[in-house]
Design a protein around this ligand. Structure first.
Ligand code: FAD
Length: 463
């Protein structure tokens, strides 16, 4: 059984504090309420202590302090996790937000990133060199959590998931040792962290392969929600027959307001958000069949890569209520399309939405056992999010999200992308890692036998 911070003596805390360059935030501090906030305002956890690490030595000291004092330990990267897995109640939060740096090796097209960076900082550093690392679609998401869970976004079809571009990581393990993991060194850990989440240690720096992406051609196309079934059927076939250069995720959503024209506001749509990374001279040609589907509205064009990466940041600032549900899907058959029309027509608040991210192209050409990310043969990673700024609407968005998910789940592939799940219990975690779960559990037993790192989509140490 874990101890709480309150059970520790002032002298124990004083000694720990003297080992740090970063600062400790306690419940009595004025900044406590600010520091314990995460992106999802539905999460209201009260840690006993937050350690704002500024270097690897702080991380090592914090891991040792947590383990030696039998504390519940949470690790916070960008703080975006839907289930609030960067926080815990009463225990120790190891906050990596001060562990930031981005170094671009232009000659080798690689990027070294701190364990606490967010993706917008990476895009900002790589863009002047015409380089990009495949990541998610919102720039404020943490590099740590997104990468360790997998990482899907606009470049997935062209260059694979974020983990497919991870070359190396530096880690602090549960016993406080510091290791470097890559394809030659600590290969079991290198395998495990490419999808297995924060279960195996704290990553203090990541090294990624970057790619030549300077400008992209993309943006949203919208059709009235009544056309959902027709557009989904067309989209599935169209993408299957398209080059990896073209990525597009399909959504049911409401247009909440500006920058979209007023006649679209507060109406439901079936939307596809495109990103083309091929030859810009051929972009208009590539979009001809899309525009031939006669979208009610389209805003596609050429833009710098960081622009598509920040396109939705303004709509989705931190501090709103978020309820998440997810599943993988192998197809978009008639029963599935019917449910998307049904629930897409009943979206309860302007920011609630459903996305289906394609797992095709380069992301699907990685073997099912090459990384823990088991669903390489699924066609879509689906996610439904109930979102609203108003806490009074929490029940409304939760109910819609759960009902939508329950209607679709029988047609799903079984598990979900771990980064799109909330705290949904052990069975769901196992279903999401499928055939790779047992190997993950064996590695967990070797490197974290007492499950120090358990505030995550937890892999229990093997018996
Ligand atoms: C608005 C929004 C958009 C999103 N879009 C995408 C998307 O396009 N593609 C996608 O793949 N995902 C997306 N996600 C999901 C995202 O990948 C997860 O929420 C992820 O957990 C966020 O990571 P974080 O570091 O910000 O979160 P945190 O809450 O800080 O951490 C999440 C988990 O990761 C662990 N962790 C974080 N950093 C480290 C580290 N350095 N070492 C060890 N463990 C660590 C934490 O302990 C925790 O268990 C999105 C999320 C949001 C809220």
């Amino acid at each position: 059984m874990e101890k709480t911070i309150k059970q520790l003596s002032p002298a124990t805390i004083e000694t720990f504090s003297s080992q740090l360059r970063g600062k400790i935030v306690m419940a009595s501090d004025a900044s406590y309420d600010l520091e314990r906030k995460v992106y999802n305002a539905m999460i209201d956890k009260h840690p006993g202590m937050i350690v704002k690490c500024v270097d690897v030595a702080d991380v090592i000291a914090s891991v040792n302090f947590g383990r030696e004092n039998s504390l519940l330990v949470a690790v916070r990267g960008g703080g975006h996790n839907g289930g609030g897995l960067g926080l815990c109640d009463d225990g120790l939060v190891i906050d990596l937000s001060g562990l930031k740096f981005v170094r671009v090796d232009v000659a080798n097209k690689t990027v070294r990133v701190g364990g606490g960076n967010v993706w917008g900082e990476v895009d900002h550093a790589t863009h002047p060199f015409g380089l990009a690392v495949p990541a998610g679609i919102i720039s404020t998401t943490g590099v740590g959590g997104l990468t360790l869970g997998g990482g899907g976004g606009h470049l997935s079809r062209k260059y694979g998931l974020t983990i497919d571009n991870l070359l190396e990581a530096d880690m602090v393990l549960a016993d406080g040792t510091f290791v470097t993991v890559n394809a030659k060194q600590n290969t079991d850990l290198f395998w495990a962290i490419r999808g297995g989440g924060g279960n195996f240690g704290i990553v203090t720096s990541f090294k990624f392969q970057a790619h030549d992406v300077k400008t992209v051609f993309g943006g949203p196309t919208l059709w009235p929600i009544e056309k959902t079934e027709e557009i989904m059927e067309w989209y599935h076939d169209f993408l299957k027959n398209s080059a990896d250069d073209l990525n597009g995720f399909i959504a049911t959503l409401i247009i909440p307001g500006a920058p979209f024209p007023e006649h679209l506001h507060n109406k439901q749509f079936c939307a596809i958000i495109w990103c083309y990374t091929g030859d810009m001279d051929k972009a208009e040609e590539a979009f001809k069949p899309i525009l031939a589907k006669d979208p009610l509205f389209q805003m596609v064009g050429e833009m710098p890569y960081p622009s598509i990466q920040t396109l939705f940041d303004g709509l989705l600032p931190p501090g709103m209520q978020w309820y998440w549900r997810a599943d993988f899907f192998n197809e978009l058959g008639p029963e599935i399309r019917e449910q998307h029309l049904n629930f897409g027509s009943k979206i309860p608040t302007p920011l609630s939405q459903m996305h289906l991210y394609p797992i095709s192209g380069a992301a699907s050409r990685v073997g099912k056992e090459e990384t823990p990310w088991a669903y390489r043969d699924a066609k879509y990673a689906g996610v439904i999010v109930g979102v609203d700024p108003e806490p009074a609407n929490a029940d409304k968005i939760t109910t819609w999200c759960k009902n939508y998910w329950e209607a679709l789940h029988p047609y799903s592939s079984g598990g979900a992308y771990s980064n799109f799940m909330m705290d949904e219990g052990q069975e769901r975690v196992q279903a999401s890692y499928k055939h790779n779960y047992d190997r993950l559990a064996r590695i967990k037993k070797q490197y974290d036998p007492d499950n120090l790192f358990k505030v995550n989509q937890n892999i229990k140490p093997a018996n």
